[in-house]
Design a protein around this ligand. Structure first.
Ligand code: SF4
Ligand code: SF4
Length: 426
């Protein structure tokens, strides 16, 4: 019997059903003490069996030259889970990432569940697993299903889009194997979120991407805009980097596709970005740090126990310490992490007078610093404006309906059902 309930922390559960209201996992950010609600773990460091063109994490192996292979030891694993369970609130989410986290082997994750149970003492724990999918089999799937892990599968869409940049070490294509793994996971009843990187190429195919995922049964989708420096000439962005104009067009089209699939006012697919934006329309803080006022609500745990400020800033100057020497909650609450978080608020004058500021907050800090030509200004500003101007009216209607529904449910509960007898449109 489990004393620790292990459930997936799925954003869509909060919004799609339109039937329950809960503060986001980061909603205590306004408090003085940042709560430890979420950790992002790199158990195999930057190691990966693929070599995607746009990957920003493979080069991190230069930070850990002591060993060729990077693997979290059983001691670090236990100490990390012990600390996370003891220092977090009643809900906590662990996101296993990489590199490729499946390189650790399945036994490592069986042990993780054992430790979460041992130290969790009745807490609600969500486990997420971000993977390229290539190493998974039915045994992995049975494990994910049994413990309700939410899988983020890196599948960039149909063949011509996925294989454009997602290749293995021998520069061979990977689409057919990843699509096969997606089907296998879905057959086994695993909760899968399609993770799609939007590049200069894929941004031209919003309809093809959306329909591809939907037809495959991957109705939970997440689209990540890509911008990286050119490795040959770091004074400019790499050729695959997304521009604001293209991203804006992509979001506008994608929003229409998402809305067209509503049935009785309820979405039938989940697009994470739109759901996150929706939070701000109903007075909730976005669950995505990119749309929060400040950065820094979570920490990254590297394979050797090093703690860093953010996935995109695993760099010596953003190292907060090591969990062998200090508590994770203390490192999350250092001045260094505060300063990192506040850097997100350094926005140009234009933002201060922008009607979309409280929905956008300038986007992810990472997107301001990867291309020197952006001069540390929000790269996707034009895209956000295009999207908000296009979606605002419909978002307001959705929000109004949702709020009405919440009020109805509350009144129904308080009046023990009597309220409904006087409603005309029950
Ligand atoms: S830099 Fe981006 S990903 Fe990192 S904490 Fe800030 S908003 Fe989040
Ligand atoms: S839309 Fe542009 S101007 Fe407005 S807050 Fe966002 S980044 Fe700033």
């Amino acid at each position: 019997m489990f004393f620790c309930e292990v459930v997936p922390a799925r954003l869509s559960d909060r919004v799609i059903k339109f039937d329950y209201f809960r503060h986001s996992i980061y909603s205590n950010m306004a408090q003085k003490q940042r709560p430890l609600n979420s950790v992002l773990i790199k158990p195999a460091g930057p190691d990966c069996n693929l070599q995607c063109t746009y990957c920003f994490y493979l080069e991190k192996e230069a930070l850990f030259p002591e060993t060729k292979n990077h693997r979290m030891s059983p001691e670090i694993q236990e100490e990390m889970i012990r600390q996370v369970m003891q220092q977090s609130g009643s809900n906590v989410s662990l996101a296993w990432q990489g590199g490729e986290p499946a390189l650790m082997g399945l036994d490592f994750y069986k042990k993780a569940v054992e430790l979460e149970t041992k130290y969790g003492h009745g807490k609600t724990v969500g486990n997420g697993f971000q993977t390229n999918g290539t190493l998974l089999d039915r045994e992995w799937a049975a494990f994910f299903k049994k413990y309700d892990w939410l899988i983020g599968l890196s599948l960039d869409g149909p063949e011509h889009i996925h294989d454009k940049y997602r290749v293995n070490k021998g520069l061979q294509k990977t689409w057919s194997v990843v699509e096969e793994k997606a089907k296998m996971l879905l057959e086994e009843g695993v909760a899968v979120n399609a993770m799609c990187c939007i590049t200069d190429y894929s941004a031209d195919y919003p309809e093809e991407l959306y329909n591809y995922y939907k037809n495959l049964g991957l109705t939970w989708m997440q689209f990540i805009p890509i911008v990286e420096p050119d490795p040959e000439d770091p004074s400019k962005a790499a050729h695959f980097s997304l521009t604001a104009q293209k991203y804006g067009n992509f979001l506008v089209k994608l929003f229409d596709l998402w809305m067209a699939d509503f049935v009785n006012g309820v979405p039938t697919t989940s697009v994470r970005h739109f759901e996150s934006v929706f939070h701000s329309y109903v007075g909730l803080e976005s669950p995505e740090c990119t749309m929060m006022k400040e950065c820094g609500p979570y920490v990254v745990v590297e394979h050797n126990g090093n703690i860093y400020s953010c996935d995109f800033f695993v760099e010596p100057r953003h190292r907060l310490g090591n969990l062998r020497n200090d508590k994770i909650i203390n490192m999350l609450n250092t001045k260094k992490q505060d300063d990192f978080g506040k850097a997100k608020t350094l926005l140009p004058r234009k933002c201060k007078f922008c009607p979309w500021l409280t929905k956008c907050y300038g986007g992810c800090t990472k997107d301001r610093v990867k291309d020197p030509m952006d001069q540390r200004l929000p790269r996707f500003c034009e895209a956000y404006i295009m999207f908000f101007e296009h979606a605002d009216a419909r978002m307001r209607i959705l929000a109004k309906n949702w709020m009405q529904q919440q009020n109805d449910l509350q009144e129904k509960e308080q009046s023990r059902g009597n309220y409904w007898a006087f409603r005309e449109n029950k």
